[in-house]
Design a protein around this ligand. Structure first.
Ligand code: NIG
Ligand code: FE
Length: 391
């Protein structure tokens, strides 16, 4: 029999299940408790009604929320791009071309170095409350380098994404069609067994709409489900393609026409916003308010990568989204938990309901609102992942 634990004396519990709480999207419960049994949530409700358990943890009047679901990161890389960042902060614009620097460093790294680097960033994310993360290849761009990155990733998460179509590999820069053939052929065959998702950077300087459609369709035929880097640096076909292909997520969504917003709002495709990228590239902010008001589902994630967004901190992204993207604190917290789960088409994470994974974050604050109210402050006081206390 697995042991049970009750976390009691929670001032504000975010369940993301409206009917379990105050009927708001966050399903907030005041003076709450959570019961964990094995790796799952067994019960949530008012502290005074909590059932007896083997162990008891006193939250001391602090807030508890679902662990963050970071549904977009690029953690399979070596090296960093400090100089590029420095130059950008002196006025040089961001371009996809910087990816080549990381491709060279990643190809030169051993498997052990790649895994050590991944492990380090995952530990960093966990300390900041992230309990589910997606991560992508995309800095290998050869069959061998992409497939080994995905093998390494699959040892650490179920949410592995094949992004062979990040940019055209430097050695085929003069023959993009040959690179698309490689990605949809031999590389896909080698990578598909290690991944759940296929992604494309659909952007000028990377892949156009027709190439992206060919790549995602080929991936789907091998059992991978699509998600797209769409409309990040400019207007383009990415969002419409994501909706057309029923992609789980269209990511970035910084440059959207009214038709793009309407397409997202009328679909199951989640708009995943990545404010760390706009922060680190001094770009315009994605308009979360416009998307939410239109009825689209919005997720918030880090996009953690060495080029455009070198942060693993979901709390930082929540603060940016509230300050600069028109989100309320409640919306930002929902998007970083339940929204991320929706972007990964998961029901077992991102919510604290009986049967979901016991992935919880305890804040050193009386309310989830403090994540935006106290930006830059390390508020994560405890993290349980699959029922085990990690922090
Ligand atoms: O999501 N947009 C494409 N890929 C990354 C950036 C990768 C890089 O600059 O290394 C992104 O922002
Ligand atoms: Fe990205």
């Amino acid at each position: 029999m697995s042991s049970s634990t009750v976390i009691t004396n929670i001032a504000a519990l975010v369940t993301n299940a409206p009917s379990l709480g105050d009927h708001s999207p966050l399903g907030l419960v005041r003076d709450a408790a959570v019961v964990i049994e094995g790796d799952r949530v067994a019960w949530t409700g008012e502290s005074s009604k909590a059932p007896a358990t083997d162990n008891r943890v006193d939250a001391e009047g602090r807030a508890v929320l679902p662990g963050f679901v970071d549904s977009h990161s690029h953690l399979l890389f070596a090296g960093d791009r400090t100089e590029e960042f420095n130059a950008r902060m002196s006025g040089r614009p961001y371009s996809a071309g910087g990816i080549r620097t990381t491709v060279a460093a990643t190809r030169a790294a051993s498997d052990a170095e790649l895994e050590a680097s991944l492990t380090r960033y995952l530990a960093e994310a966990l300390r900041q409350g992230t309990t589910t993360f997606e991560t992508k290849s995309g800095y290998g761009l050869t069959t061998a380098d992409e497939s080994r990155a995905l093998r390494v990733a699959a040892r650490h998460t179920d949410e592995v994404t094949f992004l062979g179509a990040h940019i055209v590999a430097p050695e085929l820069a003069d023959d993009p069609a040959a690179y698309v053939d490689l990605v949809t052929g031999e590389m896909l065959d080698a990578c598909a067994p290690h991944a759940r998702w296929i992604d494309v950077f659909c952007e000028k300087g990377a892949f156009d709409g027709d190439q992206a459609r060919a790549i995602l369709t080929a991936g789907r035929a091998k059992g991978l489900h699509p998600r797209i880097h769409a409309n990040q640096l400019s207007y383009g076909p990415g969002v419409q393609l994501a909706v057309e292909l029923d992609a789980a997520s269209a990511d970035h969504c910084t440059h959207l026409t009214d038709a793009d917003v309407d397409a997202l709002a009328g679909s199951r495709t989640v708009a995943t916003l990545l404010p760390g990228a706009e922060f680190s590239t001094r770009a315009r902010w994605p308009d979360a308010r416009r998307l939410i008001d239109a009825g689209a589902t919005v997720a918030l994630s880090t996009d953690c990568n060495p080029g455009s967004s070198f942060t693993s901190s979901v709390p930082f992204c929540i603060a940016l989204a509230v300050r600069d993207m028109g989100m309320t604190p409640d919306e930002a917290v929902w998007s970083a938990t339940a929204g991320g789960a929706a972007a990964l088409r998961r029901e077992d994470v991102g919510r604290l309901v009986p049967g979901a994974y016991a992935d919880l974050t305890l804040l050193d604050a009386p309310s989830h609102v403090h994540l935006a109210y106290r930006p830059g402050v390390p508020l994560v006081a405890g993290v349980w992942r699959r029922g085990v206390r990690k922090v």
